[in-house]
Design a protein around this ligand. Structure first.
Ligand code: IDP
Ligand code: MG
Length: 141
């Protein structure tokens, strides 16, 4: 097992619904260490840059609008096998297909407003973590 870091976001729908605390509780109960967290309200350009990998997808424009509709909470999570374990805790992209007990199954409203984001690979984590957090913010304390 390797200790990994992953980028998690509590998306604007979940922050607006007031379930950020419940999601953070699940993260803590699953044993992740929260290395950094910040409530931000993304601009259109910031959302487009974050999701640039999806720029050719039909939902790109709508997704970027959704991500700017209110504050969201990016976080860096650390733990054994953190990238896959956070994806497992999140559940499938389409919450109607997400397993019972997963965050998306319990808190998502649609395939787009699906409560949380998680890096899908070490390569995406390596792009996504520094998108929001500097190495200074991630230094050991
Ligand atoms: P993921 O978040 O499970 O990794 P991705 O395929 O990377 O899923 O898509 C990024 C985000 O785009 C999803 O979390 C969701 O918010 C949105 N999304 C994905 N597929 C659709 C779709 O078919 N319609 C609308 N929004 C979508
Ligand atoms: Mg993805």
């Amino acid at each position: 097992m390797t200790i990994e870091r992953t980028l998690a976001i509590i998306k604007p729908d979940a922050v607006a619904k007031g379930v950020a605390g419940q999601i953070i509780t699940r993260i803590e109960h699953a044993g992740f260490k929260i290395l950094a967290a910040r409530l931000i309200h993304m601009s259109a350009d910031e959302a487009r840059g974050f999701y640039v990998v999806h720029r050719e997808r039909p939902f790109y424009g709508s997704l970027c609008t959704f991500m700017t509709q209110g504050p969201c909470l990016p976080m860096v999570l650390e733990g054994e096998n953190a990238i896959q374990r956070w994806r497992d805790l999140m559940g499938a992209t389409d919450f109607t297909k997400a397993a019972p007990g997963t965050i998306r199954r319990d808190f998502a409203s649609s395939i787009e407003a699906n409560a949380v984001h998680g890096s899908d690979s070490p390569e995406s984590a390596a792009f996504e973590i520094p998108y929001f957090f500097s190495s200074l913010e991630l230094c050991p304390r």
